[in-house]
Design a protein around this ligand. Structure first.
Ligand code: GLN
Length: 479
């Protein structure tokens, strides 16, 4: 029996090499788990019909040879539907592989299927999917987080060993925290966005979900890298040589934990935390101390404006990115009286409420009379927040906060959009600044452990290009 609930990529690779099971058997175990669990969880929008074939062909000597992986429904896989959780792309079939998929295929991964998400990655609960919500496998009355809730639930429920999501404001890290797994957003530009259906291009980044930091690191190593198809991607050397980017600057600190300093910006999160989250966080800080890390209280007074900045920049980019869905070039087409009417009818029928809300907001903040007052101000503030964070990284290697202010909430609990937006308050600075950031499981709400305890996450953020610091400290913490 393959215990998918426990199996990691690292242990699966060993077992495959020892011959404990074959890649086909591993994929079959995932298909069985999906058949058994997914009618309740609804993590998958589609399980691909060629998984077993992929598994049979997989070369287990490759870095991810025979490892079953799921993908959020906004990453293109040639020949497969990619709907971004939207009716407007319900029947859209990708004509090419996204760069991430190309790299995963080259690394021998078995791509199991596409996972549910909030429409065009807009949301924090996966309740905005046009195909119905995904449930949190830990407590089916609660949301798995979002927007990559399907990917998180698929890993947490033991239906696949790993998954990928996209993170524009927290959509990898927040669902990882809600489901008790690791979720990581790399430095902006480390992973190609070619073939990712865009939400807000200056903030979007693809990243992994896994059970352990070690697994997440392996996945990141496979998909990262400069890509001629995405001019915003960075090479290792551009990060290492740029005076602007301190890649490796703290590298020497990684050699000894005593030189490794973790900054805690209490002024940023104090007073905003659920009691359980606050207690759990203080325990995590103590654990790092006992592991030999130096803890330093820091003050980041501008960080609290990140969410406001995000909700101006993001809709602005959404309104322009979603303009391409006009009923002519892609997906759904509804006939109207004339071509303008075609647009109205198609977009009215194809987009859900949240997508429409953001298109309207974005169009407004970009309109000529308001551009300077909103968009211009937000761009300036983005720069100031980034500088504040980058300055902090001159003194600390990592910044530590809780991943979310509360554990997973119940369905319908955040029906007011503003309260939903607040779920990303701690994750958004990573996107605003481009800094890498990961959520690592830090235990459960409520002590002692009992049924009903919900997973909590710890957010580790590092300077641009310094993923290594997150992986080192994250692995230590998880040991
Ligand atoms: N929850 C945030 C939003 O609704 C972030 C989404 C994301 O990271 N894709 O925009």
């Amino acid at each position: 029996m393959i215990d998918l609930q426990k199996l990691t990529i690292v242990s699966a690779r060993e077992a495959l090499k020892k011959g404990d099971f074959t890649a086909r058997e591993l994929t079959q175990a995932c298909l069985d788990a999906i058949k058994h669990k997914d009618p309740e969880v609804h993590a998958f929008l589609e399980v691909f019909d060629d998984c077993l074939e992929q598994a049979e062909k997989a070369n287990i000597n490759l870095p991810l040879g025979g490892i079953p992986i799921a993908l959020k429904d906004n990453m293109l896989v040639k020949g497969k539907i990619a709907s971004a959780g939207s009716k407007i792309l319900e029947n859209y079939r990708a004509t090419y592989d996204s760069t991430v998929v190309k790299k995963l295929k080259e690394a021998g991964a078995v791509i199991i299927g596409r996972t549910n998400c909030d429409e065009f990655a807009m949301g924090s609960s996966t309740e905005n999917s046009a195909y119905g919500p995904t449930k949190n496998p830990i407590d089916p009355e609660r949301v798995p987080g979002g927007s990559s809730g399907g990917s998180a639930a698929a890993v947490a429920a033991g239906m696949v060993l790993a998954a990928f999501g996209s993170d524009t404001g927290g959509s990898i890290r927040q669902p990882a925290a809600f489901t008790g797994i690791v979720g990581m957003k790399p430095t902006y530009g480390r992973v190609s966005r070619s073939g990712l259906i865009a939400m807000a291009s200056s903030l979007d980044q693809i990243g992994p979900f896994a059970k352990t930091v070690e697994d997440a690191e392996m996945l990141y190593e496979v998909v990262k890298g400069q890509d001629p198809l995405d001019s915003t991607t960075l090479s290792d050397s551009s990060l290492a040589n740029s005076s602007d980017v301190s890649f490796g600057k703290h590298g020497q600190n990684l050699l000894g934990k005593n030189g490794f300093t973790i900054g805690v910006p209490r002024d940023f999160f104090e007073g905003q935390l659920d009691k359980d989250v606050a207690e759990n966080f203080e325990e995590a800080v103590k654990k790092f101390e006992s592991l030999g890390y130096k803890i330093k209280n820091i003050s980041l007074p501008l960080l609290k404006y990140s969410l406001a900045v995000y909700y101006i920049l993001m809709p602005a980019e959404v309104s322009s990115n979603l303009a391409r869905f006009d009923g002519v070039k892609y997906g759904l087409h509804v006939d109207g009286e004339n071509s303008i009417d075609d647009y109205f009818k198609t977009r009215g029928a194809g987009f859900g409420r949240e997508a429409r809300r953001r298109i309207i907001l974005g169009t407004y903040v970009l309109s000529s009379g308001y551009y300077d007052a909103y968009y211009g101000q937000a761009v300036n503030m983005k720069r100031a927040i980034t500088e504040e964070l980058r300055d902090a990284f001159k003194e600390v290697d990592l910044i530590l906060t809780p991943s979310t202010p509360t554990p997973a909430f119940k369905f319908g609990e955040k029906s007011d959009p503003l309260s939903m937006y607040l779920a990303d308050i701690f994750t958004v600075p990573g996107n605003i600044s481009g800094c890498p950031s990961a959520s690592v499981p830090s235990g459960f709400s409520g002590l002692p452990a009992q049924a009903g305890n919900l997973p909590l996450g710890l957010l580790l953020t590092a300077d641009l290009g310094n993923e290594a610091a997150i992986f080192e400290a994250g692995k230590d913490f998880q040991k």
